[in-house]
Every structure is written in structure tokens, then in C-alpha cells.
Ligand binder design. Structure first.
Ligand SMILES: NC(=O)c1ccc[n+]([C@@H]2O[C@H](COP(=O)([O-])OP(=O)(O)OC[C@H]3O[C@@H](n4cnc5c(N)ncnc54)[C@H](OP(=O)(O)O)[C@@H]3O)[C@@H](O)[C@H]2O)c1
Length: 316
């Protein structure tokens, strides 16, 4: 019957922030970006945020966590994701949920609109330089490599449509804290697209790259501090007479529940603490011991020390 066929649109959907250029004087931000773009001045072609092809250079744990999250969330089908590796175990890990595994990094780059570099810091320079002749500003490049600056990545790639991301290990369970920072030629839409992508494995913030060492000290290294805290809480439970399994289960769930309250209630953690510390009660007795031992200062020192170490490593 005429007129009943559902209209299917062939138009691509671009990210929310697509805006036509505004006539008149360019903003100071626009001028700054142009000055920073030392590389080719090709027009940046928007990437359709619902139908792009995503490639990973480095088929390791982080790439797998991101790819699994993206597929699970329905953001992209597995058929639009590819990576390269020659080892059977890594190939099987990706192929098991439908991601195409190629033999060479060059094949990944040639067949992707968004390329995520997820190799170790020691090899990233060689890997990017080797692919340089295939990289163009038509592609959005992303790095999750810890401690490697946009300035260097852009230099090695030959263009600055690059975004740096610092995710953390809870990416493996869909609960990452990721921070993104945009390179000189990356557009607002590019940032939006990458925020959505990393939103598939947790929460995402945008920050100036100058904060990345501090971010490494807090969210990058932070899961390890909390693993230590969970183990210590469980040890306390055992010292107080609990069986080990019960103590560990209670410690982990208590940290998860407390974090969930801090995230979901909108209350300041100091308020949440006050709410459970009744006068002369058990909790305030425990808190008193923590304060005597400098608990807050120790955590602050840990973040500052890890940030300092990150700065030392990324300046080497
Ligand atoms: N894991 C995290 O939670 C986390 C958090 C924040 C940032 N990161 C960053 O993410 C990056 C990847 O970490 P990861 O934990 O996923 O490490 P990983 O599991 O070791 O993955 C790295 C992968 O790169 C592959 N590779 C090595 N050289 C290569 C080359 N020339 N071409 C293509 N692939 C190559 C490795 O192959 P082989 O299997 O043969 O070694 C391995 O599969 C690192 O830079 C790290 O700093 C990770």
C-alpha cells in the first residue's frame, strides 16, 4: 500500500555539538587553536557518531575492555571494530565477541575513522611513526597511553586531530573513571564522540592536559590504594575474629556501597560520615583511630607522590 512504508533516513547523525561556523570575528579560542595547528590545514571532516569504524592499535587488556563496553552498550556493532595481533590468545579474545582481527596495524588504520593507540608507553613512538604516512586529519586519533603527551603524539603522527584519554583499570568491569583532553585540531564534536565512546566503560570528564599527572595520581593509581584498603579492612575483620571469606566479602561490598552513596546521594562525604557517626558510638571510635594515625594525610600524600612520579616519568 502506498504511503505506509516507514521512511529510512540515509543521513548520518553527527554529534550534538555540530554548529555552523558563526560569521563575524573569530573567537580568541578559535585564533588560539589555529595558531597551535602547526601541521596540515586540511578541512576537518565530521565523523558520524553512530556509524564510524573504530580501530585499536594494540590488542591488549585496555583495548579489549573498551571494545567490549562499546559493543555491550550498543554504541557500535562489533562488525565496525577492528584490531591487529598475530597471537592466538589475543585474536580469540577479540573474535569471541565479533571484533575483526587483522594481521597488520596498517590494515587497521586504512579501515578506521577513529584510531585508538593502546600499546605500552615504551613502544608508542615507534608504532605511531611507522603508521605516520597512513594517518590523515580525516581520522580522529586517540591515545590511552599513560604519561605520553599530546605534543609528542601530534608530532609523531604529523597532525593534531588527536585526543588523549586517561582511563583506569575498573574499565574492565565497566566502571572506569576516564579523563579526556583535546589536541589542537580536535573539534568539539570529536570530544563529544570520544566522551560517548568512553562513556560505554564508565564515567568521563574533560580536563586540560596540564592536570594529567594529578589525574594519574588520583584516578589512575587510586584503584590500587583502595585494593590495599579493602585488604586491610578484611585483615581487621579477621583480627576481630571473622572468617577470611566473610571479612573480604564484607570489606569489598562496604567500599562499593560507600562509593555508591558518595556518587548517588549528592551529599558531601563529610556529611555522609557525620550521618553514621553517632555520639559515643562504634563508628566515631573507629574514626578516632584513623585520625590519630593520619589517615587523610596519608591518602593525600599518596596522590601527591604518585602525581610527582607521573610528572618525572612523562618528562623523561
Ligand atoms: N590497563 C589499564 O587499566 C590502563 C589504564 C590506563 C592507561 N592504560 C594504558 O593503556 C595502554 C595499554 O595497556 P594494557 O594494559 O592494555 O597493556 P597490554 O595488555 O600489554 O596491551 C598492549 C598490547 O599492545 C600490543 N603491542 C605491542 N607492540 C605492538 C605493536 N608494535 N603493534 C601493535 N600492538 C603491539 C601487545 O602485544 P603482545 O600481546 O604481543 O605484548 C599487547 O597486546 C598502555 O599504554 C597503558 O599505559 C592502561
Amino acid at each position: 500500500m502506498y504511503g505506509e512504508k516507514k521512511q529510512t533516513s540515509t543521513r548520518h547523525h553527527f554529534c550534538a555539538h555540530s554548529q555552523p561556523p558563526v560569521a563575524g570575528r573569530p573567537s580568541s579560542e578559535h585564533i588560539r587553536k589555529i595558531k597551535e595547528r602547526k601541521f596540515s590545514m586540511t578541512t576537518i571532516v565530521p565523523i558520524p557518531c553512530d556509524s564510524y569504524k573504530l580501530g585499536f592499535i594494540g590488542a591488549g587488556k585496555m583495548a579489549e575492555s573498551i571494545a567490549r563496553g562499546v559493543v555491550k552498550s550498543g554504541l557500535l556493532p562489533a562488525s565496525q571494530i577492528r584490531t591487529a595481533h598475530l597471537g592466538n590468545a589475543r585474536r580469540t579474545a577479540f573474535e569471541s565477541f565479533g571484533v575483526k582481527v587483522l594481521d597488520h596495524n596498517s590494515q587497521v588504520v586504512e579501515d578506521s575513522d577513529v584510531v585508538i593507540f593502546s600499546v605500552k608507553p615504551q613502544v608508542v613512538k615507534g608504532v605511531v611513526m611507522e603508521l605516520r604516512s597512513l594517518l590523515s586529519e580525516k581520522q580522529l586519533l586517540v591515545s590511552v597511553v599513560a604519561g605520553v603527551k599530546l605534543k609528542d603524539l601530534q608530532e609523531w603522527a604529523g597532525h593534531s586531530r588527536f585526543i588523549r584519554v586517561m582511563p583506569n583499570t575498573p574499565a574492565a568491569v565497566g566502571n572506569a573513571a576516564s579523563v579526556i583532553s583535546l589536541g589542537a585540531a580536535a573539534t568539539k564534536d570529536d570530544g563529544e564522540l570520544i566522551s560517548k565512546l568512553f562513556g560505554a566503560i564508565g564515567k568521563v570528564w574533560t580536563a586540560d592536559e596540564k592536570h594529567f599527572d594529578a589525574i594519574t595520581g588520583l584516578s589512575g593509581s587510586g584503584p590500587a590504594y583502595i585494593f590495599l584498603a579493602i585488604e586491610a579492612l578484611a585483615d581487621g575483620g579477621v583480627a576481630a575474629g571473622l572468617p577470611r571469606d566473610l571479612a573480604l566479602g564484607l570489606a569489598s561490598q562496604t567500599v562499593l556501597g560507600a562509593a555508591s552513596m558518595a556518587v548517588n546521594t549528592g551529599k558531601h562525604p563529610g556529611q555522609l560520615k557525620d550521618d553514621v557517626a553517632s555520639p559515643g558510638g562504634t563508628t566515631i571510635a573507629g574514626i578516632h583511630e584513623l585520625e590519630k594515625a593520619g589517615f587523610r594525610g596519608i591518602l593525600m600524600n599518596a596522590v601527591v607522590a604518585a602525581s610527582k612520579r607521573s610528572r618525572e616519568l612523562s618528562n623523561n
